[in-house]
Design a protein around this ligand. Structure first.
Ligand code: ZN
Ligand code: MN
Length: 132
């Protein structure tokens, strides 16, 4: 919280609500999910506010943006390095408890700055349904 204040960014009820929503919903919601989830409690909140707040929180390293689907970003309260699995059946995105792959900081004369990767498969729940 203090991180934003230190940089002169004001905490508003709506900004705080977006961060809180992400803290409470660890299933990697999209901006639209967050908007719908907050609308009832905060009727004045707009999609633009949610989008702008996510940008702000991301810039300040308080949330992580996951670009797994081209059309829509998902957001993660957990900013640590971890691997995700996208279920191709239900479309949900899960945390995978495996160490992230690594690559050296320099490879073939290129400088590597970030390794973006995720797994695709069928989640546990969907597998159980397949078996049923
Ligand atoms: Zn699934
Ligand atoms: Mn995650």
């Amino acid at each position: 919280m203090s991180l934003l204040a230190e940089r002169g960014v004001r905490w508003t009820v709506q900004r705080y609500a977006v961060l809180e929503y992400l803290c409470e919903h660890r299933d990697h919601p999209t901006a639209e999910d967050i908007y719908r989830g907050l609308k009832e409690r905060l009727p004045a909140i707009s999609r633009a506010t949610v989008y702008n707040t996510l940008e702000l929180l991301k810039e300040h390293g308080l949330v992580k943006e996951l670009v797994i689907e081209k059309e829509r970003a998902r957001y993660d309260f957990d900013t640590s390095e971890h691997v995700h699995l996208k279920c191709r059946v239900c479309g949900r995105v899960y945390d995978l408890g495996v160490p992230p792959p690594s690559v050296s900081a320099e490879a073939e004369g290129h400088r590597v700055e970030e390794l973006v990767c995720y797994a695709v498969g069928v989640c546990r729940g969907c597998r159980e349904e397949e078996g049923a």
